[in-house]
Design a protein around this ligand. Structure first.
Ligand code: HEM
Length: 139
């Protein structure tokens, strides 16, 4: 580790976005991974496309091993000034549409139709059951 408590803005980090000089931001920390680019099992281009922004999600989404995470320490150069990083806009799914009165009515009509079909069947089944239960075996 060689951070020395340095704090960088995202603008400063963005200046290091080439394969000769490559910094990335993960979990609020800045890493100079220039020397690692050639050794990266995923190739250098995936790291290069994660420069100039918060790369935490890109790094996590791959499911890097704990070994990979531990390797980060070696490349630590400082922290990011979080006020310079745009806040993430999380996708919030829209609330499900409220059941309107008309489709509530539709669903109760459907239940009635199902019952109209099931009740006679149940009665028939019950009758057959009773019949076979009470039937004396013919000799
Ligand atoms: C945000 C930038 C990064 C992206 C998008 C990324 C992407 C990937 C991808 C796609 C693989 C899978 C390669 C394969 O299976 O063929 C991989 C593997 C790996 N990466 Fe990264 N990587 C990033 C940064 C880093 C950094 C900074 C390190 C370490 C200093 C690292 C260490 C490793 C290691 C060790 C593997 C092998 C598998 C493992 O142990 O998890 N990566 N990476």
């Amino acid at each position: 580790m060689s951070g020395d408590g340095r704090v960088f803005t995202l603008g400063e980090v963005s200046k290091h976005s080439s394969n000769q000089d490559c910094w990335i931001v993960i979990d609020g920390k800045v890493y100079d991974v220039t020397k690692f680019l050639d050794d990266h099992p995923g190739g250098d281009d995936v790291i290069l496309t994660s420069t100039g922004k918060d790369a935490t999600d890109d790094f996590e989404d791959v499911g890097h091993s704990s070994t990979a995470k531990a390797m980060l320490d070696e490349y630590y150069v400082g922290d990011i000034d979080s006020s310079t990083v745009p806040t993430k806009t999380k996708f919030v799914p829209p609330p499900p549409p409220k059941q309107t009165e008309s489709n509530q009515k539709q669903s109760s009509e459907l239940v009635i139709k199902i019952l109209q079909f099931l009740v006679p069947l149940l009665i028939l089944g019950l009758a057959l059951g009773i019949r076979s239960y009470t039937k004396t075996p013919s000799s």
